[in-house]
Design a protein around this ligand. Structure first.
Ligand SMILES: [Zn+2]
Length: 69
């Protein structure tokens, strides 16, 4: 039997990183800058990997990536 736990961090991204620019999905062809990134799990469920966010603290931008497949 498996079950999914809701991710307590889901949807809290804009509270943690206010004012950051959404640059879209890497899966959709968006290009990242070369700075080091912080990773944030914005998935609805823990361990699903459906919405991982890479954050550049230098550019104040972030990119989504879907790891689910
Ligand atoms: Zn950057």
């Amino acid at each position: 039997m498996t079950f999914r736990s809701p991710n307590p961090k889901h949807g809290k991204f804009s509270e943690v990183y206010p004012g950051y620019e959404d640059c879209g999905w890497l899966n959709g062809g968006a290009k990242m800058c070369d700075h080091p990134k912080q990773e944030y799990d914005n998935s609805f469920y823990i361990m699903r990997g459906t919405d991982i966010i890479y954050i550049c603290l230098t550019c104040k931008k972030y990119w989504h990536v879907d790891m689910s497949d």
